[in-house]
Design a protein. Structure first.
Length: 195
């Protein structure tokens, strides 16, 4: 998914995404399982846990070429650009989740053209507020022994990074959201900052 030569990417590779139905239940870490498989709003869950001390740091937001697996998941033609947005989600000023949204050009029409202007607003809040939103299946994946290019991952070079991704549909138009939990996610949640 993510290579040094592309400023639109912060990892050297991409998880091998699998439907959680096909992935062995025992393969997912116990402490992350409920987070990986939760079909509700991750944003809402993090906001509640951090008692409102939640923020979004936008790393990049630009028109670019998605990764091949993203193109396949979205059913996009090759070489078609999409709005790719990469953010870090913080709770109590602690980086917790890296999120990557891929929004095809064809999705950015009509009322959805406002997705171009999210700035530091959480996409999740918008998605789960929309009564017409539909969520596809959850896929889970893991990265190991990767080179991380963001400070939130810097001290955890050898740690496994677990994540999930889903297709969302607004007005029957797709967008893809991937969320990777920063190593030590559970320890960070249990830190004194959250109590």
């Amino acid at each position: 998914m993510f290579a040094y030569h592309n400023p639109n990417q912060i990892f050297l590779s991409e998880p091998n995404w699998k439907s959680y139905v096909r992935a062995p239940y025992t393969a997912t870490p116990t402490g992350l399982r409920s987070w990986l498989l939760d079909r509700g709003s991750l944003t809402q869950r993090l906001m509640k846990l951090s008692r409102g001390e939640f923020k979004v740091e936008v790393l990049t937001q630009q028109m670019a070429s998605p990764m091949l697996s993203e193109i396949r998941a979205l059913g996009m033609p090759l070489r078609q650009k999409a709005l790719i947005r990469q953010v870090i989600l913080y709770g109590c000023n602690i980086p917790l989740v890296y999120a990557r949204s891929v929004i095809p050009v064809k999705t950015l029409t009509g009322r959805l053209k406002n997705l171009r202007k999210l700035n530091n607003k959480p996409l999740g809040a918008l998605l789960f507020r929309d009564i017409a939103m539909q969520r596809g299946d959850i896929e889970i994946g893991c990265l190991q022994n990767n080179g991380y290019l963001h400070q939130g991952f810097a001290n955890n070079y050898d740690a496994a990074v677990w994540g999930r991704r889903s297709l969302f549909y607004l007005d029957k138009k797709p967008l893809l959201v991937s969320e990777l939990f920063i190593p030590g996610f559970n320890k960070k949640l249990l830190s004194s900052s959250f109590h």
